[in-house]
Ligand binder design. Structure first.
Ligand SMILES: [Zn+2]
Ligand SMILES: [Zn+2]
Ligand SMILES: [Zn+2]
Ligand SMILES: [Zn+2]
Ligand SMILES: [Zn+2]
Length: 491
């Protein structure tokens, strides 16, 4: 059995990363030393790779920890890992012959590991035929002592990966740690440095995909990229909508009426005096093209997350509106009439909200928040003090950041109020949502709030954050009153 140790090393640790050393001192021919040296070098390189991989996967791992929800815990592999970790935590420093606990595959760490005892079973290395040094620990040649932290099976095929500081099978690592792409269903690729590389949705962080799909179609509502195996519904105007967002999609103006009255009573609940005219404003559901054509006419627009998509519009008639009047004049040299147009201004003597337009096809909650946003535009324009603000500011009216900021604030408040009602109906919503991609109303609502909170644009994003800070201090009505008097948020 003399060569057995050596053979066993090879079988055990094969070609790669772990550092294998025999307790036998008999292997000392030059050839063996050379081989040993080459192997050590290789192994050092491999460990460096592992370190890089560790860095690269830090984010993935943190996420993994966050995602350790009930569903994941049901997974046998995870359970084994938890068992391992809990044993490690509850039984520190235990050294010894394994007692009754050594045989089950559970492993105990030995913090005082001096490489003379197995880090798992505590057996003295003098008593074992061969040992393995890996991750700063020594392990004896008992199969269960160097085992995978994910599946608890022995690692004996010669290669392993490091996950949360513990060795795991390469196959388990690929299966359980490397994310799959939601678009193409493949495991995400590695980049030129050998690091796993992928993009993910900023809010639904388990929506991970190969960076090459960044420009794929996305749901116009929740902004998730479209999976190839489950195409999204087409809205007929180049936009697509995922199944979750489809559930409550608003396609028709008649569906907007109850949402609008809901928004008005919400404003009432915020102690805002709702102008009587507001309940008579036509609320129209329009397609993408119609809305954007209107936006082209220099009106107040609402830009959503995920690109400059206009989702709502409040049409008003003030600010030097007027008509082009035809004016005929006689030209005696040509003995003919010539036609010219002259602008006739109504003057800013009346303010009137013509209509509120909302992009069709969006889920009910998002539609409601857009209406809440537009309602504040309407409220400001219908305020008795608005016309004198217009005249004082030479037609300028409100500072754009202040106006959009306070409109976004009320859209956010509306979503928060909706979430409270959802919470009572829907207690089953765990977060993050499962891998099926199905989002419930609460998940979507949280994303819509998140979009407002994290919007980067100076007008909508910064404007919202300024208004939200003020709201905490003085409440909504004083902000709006100040704006009508001064055109800007109080500072
Ligand atoms: Zn052992
Ligand atoms: Zn495994
Ligand atoms: Zn992919
Ligand atoms: Zn969606
Ligand atoms: Zn707006």
């Amino acid at each position: 059995m003399g060569d057995d140790y050596h053979d066993q090393d090879s079988v055990w640790f094969g070609s790669s990363q772990p550092k294998a050393s025999s307790s036998s001192a008999s292997r000392s021919t030059q050839e063996e030393l050379d081989a040993e040296m080459a192997r050590k070098l290789q192994e050092q390189m491999d460990m460096e790779d592992t370190k890089q991989e560790l860095d690269d996967l830090e984010a993935a791992r943190k996420l993994q920890a966050e995602e350790a929800d009930a569903k994941r815990l049901e997974d046998d592999a995870k359970f084994a890992k938890e068992l391992y970790l809990s044993e490690k935590a509850s039984d520190p420093g235990r050294v010894g012959g394994g007692g009754g606990r050594g045989g089950g595959g559970g492993r105990r760490a030995d913090p005082s590991n001096d490489s003379t005892h197995c880090a798992t079973c505590g057996k003295s290395m003098h008593l074992v035929r061969s040992s393995l040094n890996a991750l700063g620990q020594s392990y004896c040649n008992n199969d269960s002592c160097f085992s995978c932290a994910l599946c608890a099976e022995a690692i004996n095929d010669g290669s392993f990966q490091v996950f949360e500081g513990s060795p795991v099978h390469s196959s388990c690592f690929t299966a359980h740690v490397v994310p799959s792409c939601v678009v193409c269903d493949c495991k995400v690729p590695t980049n030129s440095q050998g690091h796993y590389s992928y993009n993910k949705h900023p809010f639904f962080q388990n929506w991970k995909y190969c960076a090459s799909h960044e420009d794929s179609r996305r749901c116009t509502s929740c902004n998730r990229v479209e999976p190839r195996r489950a195409p999204f519904a087409q809205l007929g105007d180049s936009r697509v909508l995922c199944d979750s967002c489809c559930r409550t999609t608003i396609l028709d103006s008649s569906e907007l009426a109850p949402i609008w009255s809901d928004v008005l009573s919400f404003l009432n609940d915020l102690d805002l005096l709702v102008w009587p005219e507001m309940s008579k404003i036509p609320i129209l559901s329009v397609d993408f093209q119609t809305l954007n054509d209107k936006v082209g006419q220099k009106r107040s627009a609402h830009v959503g997350q995920g690109g400059p998509i206009t989702r709502g519009l409040c049409l008003t008639e003030t600010e030097g509106e007027g008509v082009m009047m035809p004016q005929f004049s006689f030209d005696p040299r040509r003995n003919n009439f010539s036609l010219q147009h002259r602008h006739y201004s109504f003057g800013a003597s009346t303010a009137h909200v013509t209509a509120i337009l909302v992009l069709s096809g969006l889920p009910k909650l998002l539609t409601g928040s857009i209406l809440a946003h537009e309602a504040i535009h309407a409220w400001l324009k219908l305020h008795p003090g608005y016309l004198s603000l217009i005249n004082r500011t030479g037609g300028e009216g409100f500072d754009k950041q202040s106006e959009e900021g306070v409109c976004q604030l009320v859209a956010h408040l509306y979503l928060a109020s909706q979430e409270r009602t959802l919470t009572t109906h829907d207690t089953s919503s765990s977060f993050p949502p499962g891998d099926s991609g199905d989002l419930n109303e609460k998940h979507l609502n949280q994303f819509f709030k998140f979009s407002i909170e994290t919007e980067k644009s100076p007008i909508y994003g910064e404007g919202y954050r300024k208004a939200a800070a003020l709201y905490e201090q003085i409440g909504l009505e004083p902000i709006l009153q100040f704006m009508v008097e001064n055109g800007t948020l109080p500072c």
